[in-house]
Design a protein around this ligand. Structure first.
Ligand code: FDA
Length: 492
């Protein structure tokens, strides 16, 4: 087979589509499920307020990012299943990732943000910004279906009252407030609000999949991939090993999984070229293991390095009774507070879609946290570890406080302490935005070709060294579009 792609997220879909359009046959291998068949409730995806067997990747208890409500823990037992959201625990951090055909696009919030050009040099220092802002960011935005909310509707709809409260508080403290583009179908959301279509964002769907309205890769790249007729996709198949084949190319070992996570068959295929698109964590874990165990001995010492959490940190604020945030909150955030230049933080005004009035404002901040961790092979345990330390979130908290301490003092309000535990203000134990581990121009050349093994490529978030200054998927997509164009032109 000419090309095997490991993973079906943003990087994998860009690679498969462009290769297939160039006439190359591609096999995509995805450890998660296809997510194309409704459950007994008639829905493909479980609701956020009612997690079930579909919600978590091989866990017997949910691990909800907001673990508590009014101080009470809200996690519950679920049957072990190859569900959609993986809460992967490392020693100092839990990394949330999407599992299934479409990768993180299935579970994410749909915020589709292009970094400010002035910040791009720090995001990808070896990449020409003229190319990115002239060609590849526009291409990624167009393919992903990115658009911005109608400001007049934002100003009046009940479902963004929480974001308007966020705007008012940001502006009264002098912070620039901006709309955040998304991949949600805004006309669909308006019809949700009118009550003429089944609801998705307006019943809080996020984290475990959106049944309507959100344009995940299932609505964008994947139909185009299928239309080429050149791509096969194997779901519930997990790549375990890649090693040079005796006759050239690479032998790829694959475990076929049951929906309870057992290996039901082991397969071996040979491919001329292999693209690692298993996500920052998935790609890094594979490469670190394959280098350490001798399967890919020539990978360089940069493999596993440069991993960051995009500076994610969450918090809530308790508003006064005259600032209700609304009982219906769109699950798709579309507003942000930009204090990046002055304080190193970009905060999204996020929903708390509980269905009841909470008088709370909730935020996910992306911060310029400088800490970078490394993956390493733990031979005795037979697994890959990550050396992130819980205390490394402190710079993120300090940066987020440049926004929220000021807002609290202007408004005479306080932080919520009941969302992440008891008397715990900061959601500082997790990230939604893993980045790095096989950094561009370090572990690979400047277009993602892995050093030491011709025909192996990285084409996902592992290439980006730890931070994008905003939500990452548009940058991952744009970089993949840039790299695959070069690879098709010169390597095939
Ligand atoms: P991605 O993780 O998308 O895809 C990798 C795929 O490879 C997965 O499907 C995985 O199952 C598969 N895989 C891994 N190992 C494998 C193996 N060994 N064999 C076979 N398959 C394997 N970003 C953003 O820009 N805006 C937002 O609003 C949000 N919100 C958000 C919310 C939540 C809850 C999460 C978890 C994440 C976000 N993100 C986000 C982050 C965004 O989704 C993420 O950055 C991208 O999905 C990463 O794209 P990649 O192509 O790197 O990998």
């Amino acid at each position: 087979m000419p090309v095997l792609v490991i993973g079906t997220g943003y990087g994998g879909c860009v690679a498969a589509l462009r290769l297939a359009q160039a006439g190359v046959d591609v096999h995509m291998v995805e450890m998660g499920m296809a997510w194309d068949t409704p459950g007994s409730d008639g829905k493909i995806f479980a609701g956020t307020r009612t997690p079930d067997y579909r919600s978590y990747w091989l866990r017997t208890r949910t691990k909800q990012p907001l673990s508590n409500f009014l101080g009470f823990p809200i996690d519950k037992d679920v049957p072990r299943y190859t569900g959609i959201l993986d809460a992967e625990d490392f020693s100092g951090i839990t990394v949330y990732q999407g599992r299934g055909v479409g990768g993180g696009s299935l579970v994410n919030g749909g915020m589709a943000v292009t970094p400010k050009r002035e910040n791009f040099g720090a995001v990808l220092p070896s990449v020409n910004p003229d190319e990115m802002y002239g060609v590849y960011y526009p291409r990624a935005n167009a393919e992903l279906g990115v658009s911005s909310i109608d400001p007049a509707w934002f100003d009046t709809t009940a479902c963004y009252q929480y974001a308007r409260v966020g705007r008012k508080h940001a502006q009264r403290s002098g912070f620039p407030f901006l709309y955040v583009p998304t991949v949600y179908d805004w006309d669909y959301m308006k019809r949700e609000a009118d009550g003429t279509v089944p609801k998705s964002a307006l019943i809080g769907e996020i984290l475990y999949g959106n049944n309507h309205g959100k344009k995940s890769l299932q609505q964008t790249y994947l139909p185009k991939i299928r239309a080429t007729g050149r791509v096969t996709i194997s779901s519930l198949h997990k790549v375990t090993t890649v090693r040079p084949a005796s006759g050239g190319g690479y032998t790829v070992e694959i475990d076929q999984l049951s929906t309870t996570g057992e290996t039901t068959a082991t397969k071996s295929v040979t491919a001329d070229r292999v693209f690692f698109a298993a996500g920052s964590v998935g790609t890094s874990k594979l490469l670190v293991k394959l280098k350490a165990t001798g399967a890919l001995p020539n990978l360089n010492g940069e493999v596993g390095k440069g991993w960051g959490d995009n500076g994610n940190v969450m918090c809530g604020r308790a508003n006064h009774m005259w600032d209700p945030t609304g009982t219906v909150q769109s699950a798709i955030p579309t507003a942000g507070i930009d204090n990046w230049a002055a304080g190193g933080a970009f905060a999204e005004v996020a929903p708390l879609p509980t269905g009841i009035e909470t008088y709370a404002s909730f935020y996910l901040s992306i911060t310029r946290n400088p800490n970078r961790a490394q993956f390493s092979w733990n031979a005795s345990a037979g697994r890959v570890d990550l050396n992130w330390q819980a205390s490394w979130k402190q710079p993120s908290i300090t940066m987020a406080k440049t926004i929220f301490d000021k807002i609290n003092s202007t408004e005479g309000t306080i932080y919520r302490t009941d969302l992440f535990g008891t008397y715990k203000i900061w959601g500082d134990h997790l990230t939604y935005h893993p980045l790095g581990g096989a950094v561009l121009n370090k572990a690979t050349d400047n277009h993602g070709r892995l050093h030491g093994h011709p025909g192996l490529y990285v084409i996902d978030g592992a290439l980006i060294p730890g931070n994008t200054s905003v939500n990452p998927f548009v940058s991952i997509t744009a970089l993949a579009e840039r790299n695959i164009e070069k690879i098709i032109a010169t390597d095939l």
